[in-house]
Design a protein around this ligand. Structure first.
Ligand SMILES: NC(=O)c1ccc[n+]([C@@H]2O[C@H](COP(=O)([O-])OP(=O)(O)OC[C@H]3O[C@@H](n4cnc5c(N)ncnc54)[C@H](O)[C@@H]3O)[C@@H](O)[C@H]2O)c1
Length: 421
């Protein structure tokens, strides 16, 4: 995460997709750089009266297809490169799903676990004060990401409303239901990935009950475990930042989630669940049909990709597999359902939230699930078909699918910069 070349490495995927399409070089040039990234320092009062500052960013990577959309991450290792790379991925994710959005992302370099609740609220409000002119329901729409949640989105929405003297719920998504949040947002990322796997199960050789290993047991990982177990699959291994546990005949997911929610780490639950403690690194090498990276970027690299035994990798995390590791997995015949498709359920339900906020009419959970399923299946099928027709990986197909939409939109904007330049 701290490597300066994360964006350069992400752009390899853009160049690769472009090589399959007849695209104007200007389009590629435009997509290689963010439209704008704002950096600031948030100075907040700590509970003991001292003052402390935290670096913060907001990137609007590309807004050709609509207002920029992307989460805000609170993490001690966040960097500008990470923010811009995540915003680049959001640009492609929104295009894959045909959402009327461009891509954005934000972050604060902070370990939120070291802050009290009131310090966290002051920091969240300070973020919105700093970026109130960057965001907006028709400009840039944030959402939660790693170590941010509905409560933080609620504080930020409230701050925006105070600054603008309006009530504008559509400025931010992933809000508490009481403030205009959507039903079904909590598990949307996992559910979208789950619908995708179900839809392509036959093509992926996954008919019948499957075994699943999940790296990262936070929001995305826990909900995926729950959905997979409820569907008759066996969750054999899970990990968090402190370690991993394995049980060949399946972990009790309900107990696991309850234990995690009580503040324990997964390794602390091994005895209670009759599981074996393994190292976090060993999780990706366990015997399982499906491996679900749901932690952070670049966890599967040249160093460990060869050890993967799963048939299918479902990228709920953003960028968990490096380009070099991708090649190894392709050679091994492992199918990777890529992040910009597999974890797009989150931004899709965020889009539903924004639509509901703007129309002032709210859908029930059934309608949210039905709409999400339809969109995951429609775009998942389109991507799968491109992969088969062009004999490329599913990741390349997803980029080709997105880049086709982006280039059509960029070209449709015309050549205005040529005249003003
Ligand atoms: N939540 C969403 O709606 C959403 C949407 C799209 C993509 N994502 C992506 O999914 C990933 C996870 O997001 P989340 O919202 O679930 O975050 P989260 O903070 O709820 O969970 C992250 C989990 O990863 C674990 N982790 C950290 N380092 C690890 C390591 N080295 N090994 C194993 N586990 C490790 C943490 O302990 C935590 O359990 C991120 O890449 C995020 O960008 C999330």
């Amino acid at each position: 995460m701290t490597d300066d070349n994360l964006l350069d490495r992400a752009l390899i995927r853009l160049e690769e997709a472009a090589s399959h399409l007849q695209i104007d070089q200007d389009v590629i040039e435009k997509l290689k750089y963010p439209r704008e990234t704002t950096k600031t320092s948030l100075l907040i009062r700590m509970d003991d009266g001292s003052r402390k500052s935290f670096l913060a960013w907001r990137c609007r990577y590309d807004d050709t297809r609509g207002p920029t959309k992307g989460g805000i991450r609170f993490h001690p290792d966040s960097t500008i490169e990470e923010v811009e790379t995540l915003a680049f991925w959001m640009t492609f994710k929104c295009a894959v799903m045909n959402l009327p959005y461009g891509g954005g992302k934000g972050a604060v370099r902070v370990d939120p676990r070291t802050l009290s609740k009131s310090e966290l609220e002051r920091l969240s409000r300070a973020y919105m004060q700093a970026f109130a002119r960057t965001v907006g329901p028709d400009r840039d729409i944030p959402a939660p990401d790693v170590y941010t949640n509905a409560m933080i989105m609620g504080w930020m929405a409230d701050e925006y409303n105070q600054i603008t003297g309006s009530v504008t719920p559509a400025v931010i998504t992933g809000k508490p239901i009481a403030l205009g949040g959507s039903l079904g947002r909590n598990d949307a990322t996992a559910r979208g990935g789950f619908y995708l796997v179900q839809h392509l199960a036959a093509e992926l050789g996954l008919s019948g009950s499957r075994t699943v290993a999940i790296q990262g047991f936070g929001n995305a990982g826990q909900y995926f475990a729950e959905l997979a177990a409820a569907d008759g699959n066996t969750v054999v291994a899970v990990s968090d930042s402190a370690g991993a546990i394995y049980k060949a005949d399946g972990l009790d997911v309900t107990k696991l989630i309850a234990g995690k929610n009580s503040g324990k780490r997964v390794a602390d639950l091994a005895a209670e669940l009759g599981a074996t403690v393994i190292s976090a690194d060993d999780l990706i090498a366990v015997e399982a049909d499906v491996l679900v990276p749901a932690a952070l970027e670049e966890m599967i690299t040249v160093k460990n990709a060869a050890s993967i035994k799963a048939k299918v990798v479902v990228e709920l995390a953003n960028g968990p597999v490096t380009a070099e590791a991708d090649k190894i997995l392709t050679e091994k015949g492992v199918v990777v359902l890529p992040d910009i498709l597999a974890n797009a359920g989150g931004v899709t339900v965020s889009y539903f939230e924004w639509v509901q906020n703007r129309q002032g009419f709210y859908w029930d959970l059934e309608e949210i699930h039905a709409r999400l399923k339809k969109m995951m299946e429609r775009e998942g099928r389109a991507v799968w078909d491109i992969a088969q027709e062009r004999k490329v990986s599913v990741r390349s197909a997803a980029y080709i699918h997105a880049l086709g939409r982006l280039s059509t939109a960029i070209e449709a904007h015309g050549t205005q910069p040529y005249f003003v330049g």
